[in-house]
Write a protein of this length. Structure first.
Length: 129
């Protein structure tokens, strides 16, 4: 609870994008038709958030940042985001709070992992006979 109170004002610094927070996991998202606007907003607001963390004696680790461009057209542009000295490339899948998200949002990776885990737990084979 103390951490939540401490981090509560971080939401006031994000103006254009959406900030999602769960415990110490923060996710920034933004949608726009123009890829240059998208890139500019996410880079500038990521930098603002890193400054906020530094000012509050916390450390963000851009090396652990993930990016995903949703939809085939956006994904094919292969945007690269520059945050500090780190280049963040868009992946085909990212893991967010234990869920695998892919750029087409079809959840194939997630479903495959859940089925495999269920199969192992129940000792049942998922391959057709």
């Amino acid at each position: 609870m103390i951490f939540n109170i401490f981090i509560n004002d971080i939401f006031y610094f994000v103006e254009k994008s959406k900030l999602y927070n769960y415990a110490d996991d923060n996710t920034l998202s933004f949608s726009h038709k123009d890829p240059n606007t998208l890139k500019s907003v996410l880079e500038s607001e990521s930098s603002l958030l890193i400054e906020w963390f530094n000012f509050n004696h916390m450390q963000a680790n851009p090396d652990k940042f993930q990016a995903i461009a949703v939809g085939k057209q956006t994904h094919d542009l292969a945007p690269v985001f520059k945050v500090g000295d780190v280049d963040i490339t868009c992946d085909e899948t990212v893991k967010l709070l234990g869920i695998e998200l892919d750029f087409m949002l079809n959840f194939n990776e997630q479903l495959s992992k859940v089925c495999k885990k269920s199969s192992n737990a129940t000792k049942c084979s998922l391959t057709p006979q």
